[in-house]
Design a protein around this ligand. Structure first.
Ligand code: ZN
Length: 137
């Protein structure tokens, strides 16, 4: 079984909705439970933007307040045009990765105490590992 302090980060490439540049986005999917999840359960506070910047090349995570979330949250921000990539859209991507084709440029990192201990190449692989016994085959 994976222990509760493990974190899981999904990393993939996405086109910025505003400037169309292809950028790297990261989501904490430690508590992701499928398509109906919202961002509130997604970014754990022990995964800091600094840690992500160290682990994922080209990631750009910033604490932002938006009209939808005036309290603010850790958001993926386009390094070129500074637009917040809404979690709703990222969640849509994750849902697609789970139920439809597996994107070539997705990876999921398993973190233990801030270090990558395992990498998965698809959401279904990850789910198999996490929820069906946890033993790598
Ligand atoms: Zn942009």
């Amino acid at each position: 079984m994976s222990s509760p302090q493990d974190s899981y980060l999904a990393v993939w490439k996405k086109q910025c909705w505003k400037c169309q540049r292809i950028i790297t986005v990261v989501m904490d999917i430690t508590e992701w439970r499928g398509p109906h999840a919202t961002h509130s359960g997604m970014w754990k506070w022990d995964v800091s933007p600094k840690m992500i910047q160290r682990l994922v090349q080209n990631a750009n995570i910033q604490f932002r307040k938006t009209p939808d979330d005036p309290d603010g949250y850790f958001a993926n921000v386009c390094p070129k045009c500074d637009s917040v990539q809404g979690d709703w859209f990222l969640n849509e991507d994750l849902t697609r990765f789970t139920y439809e084709s597996v994107p070539k440029n997705l990876s999921v990192l398993q973190l233990k105490e801030g270090e990558v201990v395992r990498t998965f190449s698809s959401i279904p692989d990850l789910e198999k590992y996490r929820f069906k016994g946890g033993k790598p085959s």
